[in-house]
Design a protein around this ligand. Structure first.
Ligand SMILES: [Zn+2]
Length: 326
């Protein structure tokens, strides 16, 4: 059943755009989109560029003005401290290169109630079946992340079909980056990231998502420019979810569209069940991006989204997609 934006006053009353500050009044908050920029992540990037002298896991982040991550355990603990500071209950942490699942696995083993593991996967690589078996089994990851524009494969190809079959067997989700793709850390290091963004068309997900209706699909950033196609695909496939993460800079291509109208249209088309709040937080000392949360919360206030729908978007849908104890 479709549900439009709730009418009437928001449950949390008070000055427009103001939120209650009491810990006990705030709805549960989970973040569906964060990156775990580990030492291994920077070491691998260092092999793709001419790194500054010294250990790339220290020198590259310092070059960017970021804190070196330290060990995966130390970085995991820093994430938990950061989530505690912002009263975020659970967060999805992505291994942001296909070779970095070991680092995230240490983090999620250390904090299984707070952290959910996602990993970038290049399904064109011959070791993908074995990698997925280990990822979803021994390492307890809950989601494989696909970047078709970066890794050069079609979403209606055999390799994606096989990946969905593995995800279905493991009760795991599939994250698919569609639309425009710009990897900030690579850009800042002057690394080329060849992409074919024609391969990130959300409409191409429909056939495989239809064949595996139990596999939750997450399209980040509202489709990163393909909002209409993302909504069409999600309207056809109840398994398709959208994450709200990042500054959604793709809005620059649509001068008459604002993040408010994006939320409004998505809620009108899909209701609140398929939106996952996310920030796209990644490095320290910036840490968890409170500003993105406040911007999106103000939009929910402005749209008078009711408490139930708000809780689904900010936390409930996350808990449904990434059930604990799986
Ligand atoms: Zn991201």
């Amino acid at each position: 059943m479709r549900e439009g934006p709730r009418q009437g006053k928001p449950v949390y009353c008070g000055a427009r755009g103001r939120r209650p500050t009491s810990l006990f009044m705030r709805p549960m908050l989970n973040d569906a989109h964060c990156h775990f920029f580990s030492a291994q992540f920077f070491t691998t990037l260092g092999k793709q560029t001419t790194p500054p002298p010294g250990n790339p896991a220290v020198a590259i982040p310092e070059q960017l003005g970021w804190d070196p991550p330290g060990t995966p355990a130390a970085l995991a603990d820093r994430w938990i401290q950061e989530l505690d500071t912002h009263r975020v209950q659970r967060a999805a942490l992505m291994a942001s290169l296909p070779s970095d699942e070991e680092s995230v696995s240490i983090a999620i083993r250390r904090h299984p109630d707070r952290l959910v593991g996602l990993s970038m996967v290049d399904p064109t690589q011959p070791d993908t079946p074995a990698r997925l078996t280990r990822l979803f089994g021994e390492l307890n990851f809950r989601c494989a992340c696909l970047f078709p524009a970066m890794h050069g494969f079609r979403l209606d190809s055999e390799v994606v079909e096989r990946l969905f079959a593995e995800a279905a067997a493991a009760n795991a989700a599939v994250f698919i980056h569609c639309g425009v793709l710009s990897v900030g850390v690579r850009r800042r290091l002057g690394l080329q990231t060849p992409v074919d963004i024609r391969l990130g068309d959300p409409l191409a997900i429909v056939p495989v998502a239809s064949r595996y209706p139990t596999v939750p699909v997450i399209i980040p950033h509202f489709g990163a420019g393909f909002l209409r196609e993302t909504l069409m695909a999600a309207d056809l496939c109840a398994s398709i979810h959208l994450d709200t993460s990042s500054s959604n800079r793709w809005l620059e291509y649509l001068p008459d569209t604002t993040l408010r109208t994006v939320f409004s249209q998505t809620l009108h088309t899909l209701g609140p069940d398929r939106l996952l709040f996310g920030t796209d937080s990644s490095f320290f000392p910036r840490g968890w991006q409170q500003g993105i949360y406040e911007t999106q919360l103000a939009i929910l206030d402005d749209l008078a989204v009711g408490e139930d729908a708000r809780q689904q978007i900010l936390g409930g849908n996350f808990d449904r997609v990434f059930r604990t104890g799986c």
